[in-house]
Design a protein around this ligand. Structure first.
Ligand code: HSE
Length: 403
């Protein structure tokens, strides 16, 4: 019997308990030992909850119980989560987490602590919810030199963009409706500004590089400036708009990474990923491309990934599960040096000047629209593009990178 504690009895934490209880036989069989949730740590009381008796408020009860070998950290945030994760690892208890803030910010530190104390720090649920992606990168694709990872890593923004495309609706209206239905957070900033996707691509890039990728250095743009008109032009051009998190290895030390909306060719496999679904396209030097697709969020999907990690920890009690992510920092290429082709939405009066300052591009005009047009540029360096934009001033109504 292996005893497990759950830190944080919120959506994912209660899902972890549910998965372990509902799939008890399966989980224990796969782990090779019976797994029991011994404690649930939370500040709150849960009167009437079937696991009420397991709730404790003092972390030390768990830390001091030598029978607890594994902790599921599903608290979120980094204040308490940092202290409690550290304390658990120092006691030799493995930690399985869904907390992407913790992993993105303290991944190498926690992995080192785990190694030093003969336990493991696993984080399958921190990226892509229930989609297996961390273990494939660490295990299945170890023969590969992974060269690039591109993902739709945020369900909220993918839902909003899908609805904008299908209904021709404004960002604000779709967001408000998504909030009413509980699909978007009350404070949606982390999702709509791309910060959530940024942390997730930083985690994946760190595993790709084997070095630490500082999420704060990844250029990040959200979806708040996308308007329904952009979808009209995208549709006419055989494209759609997605918030992509992209990372490409330049050399052993250098990474090109960015989170931004991309006007994507409909032929791209990521173009068909809609609503709250996530997908991650991994490019290996031998494999070519492989895509991982599924539910990137949600109570049971995310909890299932946490419990998968718990099973792995039980199978490897006292043994290290390799994870190649050193504390050494990878260099992130300056955004100005990235090269992209761009879509520009501009006032009609910009028609002549666009061709003159950005030669080789293509104009698109839609029937019945007098107020704007679109221009699709040739690939160019971002800093050169920004200089041209400055010169165009308020003739430009919006821009999106092409992909
Ligand atoms: N807010 C996240 C999303 C939840 O919308 O994808 C999963 O990390």
């Amino acid at each position: 019997m292996v005893k497990v504690a759950v830190f944080g009895y919120g959506t994912v934490g209660s899902g972890v308990v549910e998965v372990i209880e509902k799939n008890k036989e399966q989980v224990s069989k796969k782990a090779g030992e019976e797994i029991e949730v011994a404690y649930i740590l939370d500040l709150r009381e849960f009167p009437g909850d079937p696991y009420e008796a397991k709730v404790v408020h003092d972390v030390n009860v768990i830390l001091e119980d030598p029978e607890v070998k594994i902790v599921c950290e599903t608290m979120g945030g980094t204040t308490f989560a940092y202290n409690y994760t550290k304390a658990a690892l120092e006691k030799g208890k493995s930690v399985c987490t869904s907390n992407k803030e913790m992993v993105a910010k303290f991944g190498p530190e926690m992995l080192k602590l785990a190694r030093e104390h003969g336990c493991n720090y696993l984080f399958e649920a921190s990226v892509g919810g229930g989609i297996p992606i961390i273990r494939p990168l660490n295990d299945c694709l170890t023969a590969e030199k992974v060269e690039a990872i591109t993902g739709i890593l945020n369900g909220t923004t993918n839902y909003i963009l899908t609805k904008m495309e299908r209904e021709g609706a404004d960002f604000d209206k779709v967001l408000a409706r998504a909030q009413e239905k509980g699909y978007a957070e009350r404070n949606p900033e982390a999702d709509v500004e791309g910060y959530d996707a940024c942390r997730k691509i930083a985690i994946l890039s760190s595993l790709m590089m084997g070095k630490n990728v500082d999420f704060e250095k990844i250029p990040t743009e959200g979806i708040t400036k996308i308007v329904p008109e952009d979808f009209d032009y995208a549709k006419a051009a055989g494209r759609t708009i997605k918030l992509l998190a992209r990372a490409k290895v330049i050399d052993d030390n250098t990474l090109e990474a960015m989170v931004s909306p991309v006007m994507l060719d409909k032929e791209n496999p990521l173009a068909m990923v809609s609503m709250v679904f996530n997908a991650i396209l991994v490019k290996g030097n031998m494999l070519g491309e492989a895509m991982f697709y599924g539910k990137g969020a949600g109570k049971l999907a995310t909890a299932s990934a946490v419990v998968g990690d718990v099973i792995d920890c039980v199978r490897h009690l006292g043994k290290e599960i390799p994870c190649f992510w050193d504390a050494e920092e990878a260099t992130i290429l300056d955004a100005g040096k990235h090269s992209y082709a761009y879509y520009i939405r501009a006032k009609k009066s910009a028609k002549e000047v666009l061709g003159a300052v950005l030669p080789g591009g293509e104009i698109m005009e839609l029937p019945g629209r007098d107020e704007d047009l679109a221009y699709f540029t040739q690939p160019m360096k971002q800093d050169a593009f920004e200089k041209v934009l400055e010169g165009l001033g308020d003739l430009v109504l919006g821009t999106i990178r092409l992909g």
